[in-house]
Design a protein around this ligand. Structure first.
Ligand SMILES: NC(=O)c1ccc[n+]([C@@H]2O[C@H](COP(=O)([O-])OP(=O)(O)OC[C@H]3O[C@@H](n4cnc5c(N)ncnc54)[C@H](O)[C@@H]3O)[C@@H](O)[C@H]2O)c1
Length: 274
């Protein structure tokens, strides 16, 4: 029960494949209480009420692009719980990816929307929390990211820049929140995971299999990601802040794996000297 007595907000549980869904289940099992939230349209389409019942949580709608929604959510959360111990930002959406528009022909209105939903929302959320003094000292804020922020994955499109921005907000806001309130802010860079957002990216199956074969431990599952998030909400990680933490089975530091060498060799992709 490493989260016993801790209270928070979990953004982004759409269905039972969502990483946020698994975080809610594990956080509940570890003794946390929380509010579940998502965009109004996602609440209508998703199955969040089932999760709310299971975890004994209230659901409050919030479109993260709208300041008034964030104000309302955080006011209601603090009225219920007092100051918060943890917040999870598990949100991503790109219209250019969804509409399969090639990266070199991107629509800039869509791009603004993508940045607003997937990255600027993280700053907006932290600014609202700070203005309302909604976080407890030593509280923990976590957002989810992907390694395409640092290395090129062509089909990830403008989500790559979104994630770079998100990771940068975690560092910069993490400094200010650490100084003023001892609140820690981190991003977790997760393996490809079979969720609605994940499988919306073109060529996702190849992405997934490649990462699995490159990682000495294989791809990390959504359940394992949730356990890592829970550890970051706990008191066992109080001095971890402003970090981008890889949760990827070793993918990020592997140049090439035996499995990939074998596959390329079998496909006749290597020039043998004998
Ligand atoms: N699935 C992967 O392969 C993978 C890998 C690394 C990182 N991530 C990141 O993990 C996070 C969670 O994604 P997921 O894979 O669980 O997929 P998901 O589709 O289950 O979750 C994405 C969530 O974002 C929410 N959202 C979209 N627009 C919103 C808005 N305007 N306001 C509030 N919420 C909004 C959706 O409703 C949904 O619940 C995202 O940041 C994603 O980029 C995913």
């Amino acid at each position: 029960m490493i989260l016993k007595g801790k209270k928070g907000i979990i953004f982004g549980a759409l269905d039972n494949k969502s990483i946020a869904w698994k975080v809610a289940e594990f956080a509940h099992a570890e003794g946390a209480e929380f509010i579940l939230t998502n965009a109004p349209i996602a609440l209508r389409m998703g199955a969040i009420n089932e999760l709310a019942e299971k975890t004994n949580s209230e659901v409050i709608p919030c479109d993260v692009t709208l300041e008034e929604d964030l104000n309302n959510l955080i006011e209601k959360a603090t009225a219920k719980f007092g100051q918060l111990d943890f917040v999870l930002h598990s949100i991503g959406m790109s219209l250019n990816v969804r509409k399969k528009i090639p990266y070199t022909e991107i629509n800039y209105d869509f791009m603004h929307k993508t940045f607003d939903i997937s990255a600027i929302s993280f700053h907006r959320l932290m600014q609202t929390l700070m203005k309302k003094d909604a976080m407890k000292e030593w509280g923990s804020i976590v957002a989810l990211t992907y390694i395409a922020s640092q290395r090129v994955f062509p089909d990830y499109s403008e989500m790559a820049e979104s994630k770079a921005l998100l990771e940068s907000f975690a560092r910069s806001f993490g400094y200010h929140y650490g100084k003023s309130k001892k609140v820690r802010v981190n991003t977790i860079s997760q393996s490809p995971t079979m969720t609605t957002a994940g499988s919306g990216v073109g060529g996702f199956d190849a992405f997934y299999t490649y990462a699995d074969k490159m990682s000495p431990l294989g791809n990390a599952s959504a359940e394992d990601c949730a356990k890592y998030v829970v550890s970051l909400f706990s008191d066992y990680t109080r001095y971890v802040t402003m970090q981008n933490l890889f949760h990827d089975g070793g993918f990020s530091f592997t140049g090439i794996s035996g499995d990939i060498m074998e596959l390329v060799g079998r496909a006749g992709g290597t020039e043998s000297s004998n």
